[in-house]
Ligand binder design. Structure first.
Ligand code: BTN
Length: 241
């Protein structure tokens, strides 16, 4: 069971858990209808108009580097399964963007708190639920569940569907299972595509061959196959860090 800590508005559900983790418990969820300082990956902002599902989950047990690397993938796989349950056909753009009809409908930001060793890990998830449209500069790459289906979604209901999917995948992971990787492979947006990224200060490009058993992306640059543990791949010729 997850304890839900609900807000009408907060700066960031990730920040709330980071600031309060010492008085909270494993699996607690911070949920808000709106964020005034929502955070995206790589220092970007995550803006919302009160129409998204915005929440973060706190992890305090079994913390290690392996879990920190698995959580973006576990979270993305659970979002994809949730959307399948709602009648969609999502794809996962490694490591954790979830796409509907080639457009992003969900972003995931996993953050660690390290005061001594790893003290807490937070997985923060934003799903575009009920937007009718997006600003012109992102409309070509963003979508919402409502745009795709014409329906209106209740954030708390979608959260509860998500938590059920997540718990199943996470229990499997804790037993040593890799169901989350099977699901990602089944819905693998990048497979066979030519991609570009900057990886540890090196510009890399090549074709995506798959995902290994640790969740790393297999990128064949024509000379060798790289195993990339994280990064932001682009389908356009830009080398993002
Ligand atoms: C990205 O794609 O750049 C990741 C976006 C993550 C946004 C979510 S919304 C809930 C949680 N709180 C935050 O401040 N960020 C994450």
């Amino acid at each position: 069971m997850h304890k839900i800590i609900p807000f009408q508005s907060i700066d960031s559900t990730n920040s709330y858990l980071k600031e309060n983790f010492k008085s909270l418990a494993e699996g607690d969820v911070c949920f808000s209808l709106h964020q005034t300082g929502g955070k995206g990956r790589r220092g970007r902002v995550w803006q919302d108009e009160g129409k998204d599902l915005l929440f973060s989950i706190l992890f305090l047990e079994g913390l290690n580097e392996k879990l920190a690397l698995a959580l973006p993938l576990l979270s993305g796989a659970a979002v994809a399964q949730t959307l399948v349950g709602l009648g969609f056909d999502p794809k996962i753009k490694w490591p954790n963007d979830v796409l509907l009809n080639d457009k992003k409908c969900c972003g995931i930001l996993v953050e660690g708190v390290s005061e001594t060793s790893i003290d807490a890990i937070i997985s923060g998830i934003g799903i575009n639920l009920n937007e009718d449209s997006f600003p012109e500069d992102i409309a070509y790459k963003a979508t919402s569940l409502h745009i795709q289906s014409g329906l209106i979604y209740d954030p708390k209901e979608v959260l509860s569907l998500f938590l059920k999917e997540f718990d199943e995948l996470y229990e499997d992971y804790k037993r040593g299972g890799k169901r989350y990787l099977t699901l990602i492979r089944e819905r693998f947006y990048l497979l066979g595509k030519e991609v570009y990224l900057n990886y540890h200060n090196e510009n890399l490009s090549g074709s995506v061959e798959g995902i290994d058993d640790e969740g790393s992306l297999l990128l064949n640059d024509g000379k060798r196959v790289h195993h990339l543990i994280s990064g932001e791949v682009s389908l356009e010729k830009t080398y993002k860090r």
